[in-house]
Design a protein around this ligand. Structure first.
Ligand code: ADP
Ligand code: MG
Length: 327
């Protein structure tokens, strides 16, 4: 294997043929001064960028394939939160050196996932420095059909996809070098977030607001509440937690991580109560779990209903479940 030492060789070897645009809008890809895109008629473009820094967003020494899946998964998750169809992306990489093993693992995994999600790498930038990677994703929505944070109304049910807190558990196993039965599952959840793109398209006709959970359920739900000028009542008993996380850390810790652990990249969305049966029907054959965890209220703030009592909880300051929101 010849390994490129110059920047152009490196781009050619690792970044010139990654993914494909399932929407067919890319006219010119990597290699010229710009990519050329022909937007489909009657579509809005949605755009989002995510950056990851070694030592901040992933541990120093993380293999390239794990960085690739986390970076692209997180970026595509923002498109899912808008109910957009991914089309193409750009990639900025800052590399401390030319580590062929790391780069090959990174670009191979990136290519696999880009194909899987129908999204094409059309350009980027390559520089020297501390390991930092940014992906900017672009997708399409039907005009005025992007799912915003601002549409939740009192009485709407609050739903989440998948299970919550696993990614936080995975991070804990990495930070504390923990080994055991649950570790592969939890670390997979940390490194390979699955953008809920298909789920988003199924729920979009019914949803009034949506967000992807990157900072933790309470923090991200709070963005919906702020944008929609409403509050929420949550039922902590309904929070979906994986068996793996529950068995490893128990009820209280798994609940706390479900509420505040970030990087799950699941969706949180709201649906009018009257449309719940239609939502259930639309999801009848869908493989991703969708769970109702509470409802929107007119009273501002987030409240937890537990043991017949109601506790206010701070969106960022939730520390310990038994504190009953006093944090
Ligand atoms: P310029 O100097 O004109 O900005 P560059 O020399 O940075 O162009 O890049 C040459 C080509 O390679 C461009 O098409 C650019 O988009 C692409 N490119 C550079 N780095 C990457 C990367 N990491 N991934 C994908 N494409 C890249
Ligand atoms: Mg140029």
């Amino acid at each position: 294997m010849t390994v490129a030492t110059d920047e152009f060789g490196l781009i050619r070897d690792y970044f010139s043929d990654i993914g494909s645009d399932s929407t067919g809008s890319v006219r010119l890809s990597v290699g010229d001064d710009c990519a050329v895109i022909a937007p489909p008629s009657n579509r809005d473009m949605v755009v989002s960028i995510d950056t990851m820094v070694e030592g901040t967003h992933f541990p120093v020494g993380t293999p390239g394939d794990r960085v690739a899946s986390r970076l692209l998964g997180a970026a595509l998750s923002d498109l899912a939160a808008m109910a957009a169809t991914p089309a193409f992306f750009t990639l900025a990489v800052t590399l401390p050196d030319t580590n062929a093993i790391w780069l090959r693992a990174f670009s191979t995994r990136l290519a696999e996932l880009a194909r899987l999600y129908g999204v094409q790498l059309v350009g980027g930038d390559t520089t020297r420095g501390p390991l930092t990677l940014s992906i900017q994703v672009h997708g399409w929505t039907v005009p005025d059909k992007a799912l915003l944070r601002s549409g939740a109304r009192p009485g709407d049910r609050i739903f989440v996809t998948g299970t919550l807190g696993d990614s936080r558990g995975g991070l804990e196993t990495l930070l504390k070098d923990i080994h055991g039965e649950q570790v592969p599952f939890l670390q997979h959840r940390f490194f390979c977030p699955e953008p809920r793109l298909d789920t988003a398209l199924l729920i979009a006709p019914f949803a009034t607001a949506a967000i992807d959970i990157s900072d933790g359920l309470l923090a991200d739900l709070n963005h919906i509440l702020d944008a929609s000028q409403v509050g929420a009542m949550l039922n902590p008993d309904e929070l979906p937690v994986s068996d793996e996380l529950y068995h490893w850390v128990g009820e209280e810790q798994s609940r706390q991580w479900a509420l505040t652990g970030g990087e799950d990249f699941e969706l949180c969305f709201t649906v009018p109560a009257l449309l719940e049966p239609k939502l259930a029907w639309a999801l009848r054959d869908h493989s991703v779990a969708v769970t109702c965890i509470g409802q929107i209220s007119a009273t501002p703030g987030i409240f937890l209903a537990e043991d017949g009592q109601i506790w206010p909880v701070a969106p960022q300051g939730y520390n310990h479940f038994s504190d009953k929101g006093s944090a």
